[in-house]
Design a binder for this molecule. Sequence first.
Ligand SMILES: [Zn+2]
Length: 208
Amino acid sequence: MQGINEGVIRFRQNDFEANREHFENIGREQKPHTLFIGCSDSRVVPSLITQTIPGELFIIRNIANLVPKYRESAEYLATTSAIEYAVLVLEVENIIVCGHSNCGGCAALYETPENMAKIPHTRRWLELAMPVKEKVLKMALSSDLAAREWLTEQMNVVEQLGHLMTYPYINERVKSGKIELIGWHYMIHTGSIYEFHRETGEFELIGS
Ligand SMILES: [Zn+2]
């Protein structure tokens, strides 16, 4: 914890001071252009990998960057309410769903129920990605675990983009060109991001 506290002090003395005017300007209002939906994984740092500054990204992070399908509920819906706020109040122009390499959430889809027994809420949450597992098992050779891993991560992104379209206000804004939906696969060990192209169904390297 000491390292974190030292970081807090260093931030205030260095980065904050160097950008004091920007922080003062955004101190009373945010106008992010993009909703970023990423995994909670500690290695995925949205502002770092997009080189964006505070005020640009509205961020949702959860296990395996999942989007529940649209539904009305009296439950406390964290992801759904953050999507609603980003689109209907902040009026973001882009929604990025960003998966990543070596995703523990995606890998857990292949765990046995016994191995997941001690994390029942995680197991339940990952049910949102189960259709992906079924599709991948039909496509990838079960012996090629590396191919299965990236295919699961990429198809999960595509699946969640589909879930976003079940939100009536997103569906409408995508069709009228007010919002763009973007799917990414970030490779932690190379720093590369691959973007999903609907026309080809392929993920292609950004900046290739
Ligand atoms: Zn992950």
